[in-house]
Design a protein around this ligand. Structure first.
Ligand SMILES: *Cc1c(COP(=O)(O)O)cnc(C)c1O
Length: 334
């Protein structure tokens, strides 16, 4: 079906030493709330602060040696992953972004050794430039989710979770383009066919959920969200992550901005941890009672690359402005 357990085992050998295994730790507070043991896979501890390093390293290290370099137009965790992976292989990386991208993000990518090319004022223009680089300068474009090597790299997370805890009954996987959920579901199902794998995303702009409901990839409007890493489409030409998510996910659950904020507060005040809004949607789904659990459950804390000003406002209970939506302040109460 495009990506198999064998691909994921091969990916693990490829990424070893660069994107290593992370801890899977129990949350006593969440376990009490869930009524079952609740564990968290700490992808926040990857060297770039997010799991995307796994897929990027597996993709970059599988390119032919004569590849001129790599490119992408992600300004988020995928861009960081590609930059880091290229440096690890001694390969050129060019990350294309629009003039609207905040300087802090530009500097973050540069600090990882990548060239940054600023083009135009939209993501579309940046994408056009990365396509031109592929055609004219022999660079390889790496998709953040619709690439078999990327999906196999992310799948190593599922492998580690099932090996550490063969008794897990449910995996709650943050979902955007679906590379993570597809890889984790392939690994988990191959080893334990009875396990439930549930995709979790925000209720505004849930492209994969809408696409699964429609039976084919569709576009949905995009909104600013506390879970900004989960925004963006799945690509109308999606070849791999869409069919894998459609066929392997038991369900997709949507959570609100209010529920995401509460989950960020829970993680911060109860477990003393900091993670992106996109990381805590699994906690949000449990805390809001939107998933029924039947035994030991695990989620993935996918990243920690958040905007500190927004995070501080959210956890301390101040109003947070997200485009057209003002999330009214709410102090944390268990
Ligand atoms: C990319 C990303 C996701 C979603 O992964 P997909 O493979 O696009 O579904 C979740 N959390 C964080 C922090 C991410 O960077």
């Amino acid at each position: 079906m495009g990506v198999t357990l064998a691909d994921i085992l091969a990916a693990r050998a490829t990424i070893r030493g660069i994107a290593d295994a992370t801890p899977l730790i129990p949350s006593p507070f969440m376990s009490a709330q869930a009524g079952h043991e609740f564990l968290m896979k700490m992808e926040t501890m990857q060297p770039i602060g997010a799991f995307k390093l796994r897929g990027a390293v597996n993709a970059v290290f599988n390119l032919p040696a004569d590849t001129g370099g790599v490119t992408c137009c992600s300004t988020g965790n995928h861009g960081r992953g590609v930059a880091y992976a290229a440096r690890a292989r001694g390969m050129r990386a060019v990350i294309c972004m629009s003039r609207l991208v905040p300087q802090a993000k530009v500097e973050g990518i540069r600090a990882l050794g990548a060239e940054v090319r600023i083009v135009g004022t939209s993501q579309d223009e940046a994408m056009h430039e990365s396509r031109r680089l592929c055609a004219e300068e022999g660079l390889a474009d790496i998709s953040p989710f619709d690439d078999p090597r990327v999906i196999a790299g992310q799948g190593t997370i599922g492998l580690e979770m099932i090996e550490a805890r063969p008794d897990l009954r449910t995996l709650l996987v943050p979902l955007s383009g679906g590379g993570l959920a597809a890889g984790v579901a392939v690994a988990a199902r191959a080893i334990n066919p009875g396990i439930r794998v549930i995709g979790i995303t925000m209720d505004r702009g849930a492209a994969m959920a809408a696409s699964i409901a429609a039976g084919h990839p569709v576009e949905v409007p995009e909104y600013p969200s506390l879970a900004d890493s989960l925004g963006g489409g799945i690509g109308l030409q999606n070849r791999l992550s869409f069919p894998l998510c459609r066929d392997l996910l038991d369900n997709v659950v949507l959570v609100t901005e209010d529920e995401i904020r509460h989950a960020m507060q829970v993680l911060y005040y109860e477990d003393r941890m900091v993670a992106e809004g996109g990381s805590v949607v699994g906690l949000a789904a449990v805390l809001s009672g939107k998933v029924a659990l039947t035994g030991p459950t695990a989620t993935i804390l996918t990243g920690r690359n958040l905007d500190m000003a927004t995070f501080t406002r959210a956890v301390t209970g101040q109003d947070v402005t997200l485009g057209d939506l003002t999330l009214k302040g709410k102090a944390y109460a268990a």
